[in-house]
Design a protein around this ligand. Sequence first.
Ligand code: AMP
Ligand code: MG
Length: 484
Amino acid sequence: MNNSGFNFENTYLHLPEIFYTKLVPIPVPEPEMVILNTSLATDLGLDFSEIISKKRAELFSGNQMPKAADPFAQAYAGHQFGHLTMLGDGRAIVWGEHITPTGQRFDLQFKGSGRTPYSRGGDGRAALGPMLREYIISEAMHALNIPTTRSLAVVTNGEQVYRETPSPGAILTRVASSHIRVGTFQYAALQQDNETIQALLDYTIKRHHLEIEENQNKALSLLKAVSEKQAGLITHWMRVGFIHGVMNTDNMALSGETIDYGPCAFMDTYDPSTVFSSIDHGGRYAYANQPAIAQWNLARLAETLLPLMDENIGKAKELAEDAINGFGVVYKEKSLSMLRTKVGLFGEEPEDEGLITDLLNWMQQKGVDYTNTFLDLMKEESPKGEPYNSDTFKEWHKRWQVRRSKNKEPLESSWALMRANNPVIIPRNHKVEQALGAATNSDLQPLKDLLAALREPYENSPDLKPYQSPPKPEEKVCQTFCGT
Ligand code: AMP
Ligand code: MG
């Protein structure tokens, strides 16, 4: 097989050995390509055009890996729904770090590549539906300009996996800035050895935050840097109505990328308490809880860094608490700024927060669609018909016009600001489910059409119409499953 442009350099293996187990993927009987992300491949400096489909499937199933790959499964821990558990890649294997022609470093990782020492009771495999869900949503998030891991390929493996029902087994190739998670630090802290935590801290700074390498208190600096990135990330999620669904600490990446697309989905009707995941009974990971959960996860990260923050544990706790409280302040600022962009406001006025809160409250009361309400506001004419005929809305609209007239920028800039921050299309869950259902029955057309529609989510076009409507009552899919 030609090299296809792979350029590996596997620095993760320089960490102490307890952080990983070297192993190769378990071979699969009959791999077949489902989808290959050629535009991502090109961005990575990879070219598979010379390889016939059968050989590509051998590559993306792990049956035949590139020579320079040095595959391993990562060890980590994590709070799952609030409870600390020993985890690790139970069905994932990192091939190694690929360096792109422009010098960027990305982990390539299989998901669904067979059992590892961290599999616990699991079969190490993945079903086609959930792997394609990750492909669709991660690529949609990327197109929405939201930091995320990417999806390079999905293959079926020629076997059935047994979940609620039997379904085709599949392997996803994920591309990520790294797979260092809050849970990786929790795992390091559980070793009760400061050198282990220090090694992971130094490695993470080298990989993601070189700018703090010379700082005196590196542990505190990293905590603050990661908090800042997470505040930005969650703000993006809230902007587009994304609900992650399993914000366990092993699913929070220190790179600040959205990671681990399990039962995630986008909200249709605006309701802050929206939950899709079938296992999130208490609504722990509901839409509106996401900022608070991110902060909770960051507090777990802070705990692991305490011994490196200050010799005096009381002082270390004070520093960490300040940083964690800082997340709340930064998030509030970012969130308000983001909401201003959604309604085209420049500058800051004292009435902004009330104006936006009143709109959101009205939206919730009326049960309107989150995405489409902002699209309606983006029309030059004031929106007509139901539900906009209400006096409450009309009065709000007048207040909005008054506030908008305080913008120093011209009206056209205000429209442009709204257009840049309000997607015209999101991967609505009923459309995702339709595409996954068809793909599982060997019809890939709806998947391809959906992916094409999601490519330019801020550009309106008549072709997008079928994807813009919220689900009809009979189309509604209210629950999503991890599919693990
Ligand atoms: P997730 O909810 O996808 O973040 O998975 C939580 C943990 O369970 C991770 O460590 C996974 O690697 C592991 N896991 C999930 N599904 C399986 C499976 N089918 N076999 C083995 N391990 C799994
Ligand atoms: Mg995970």
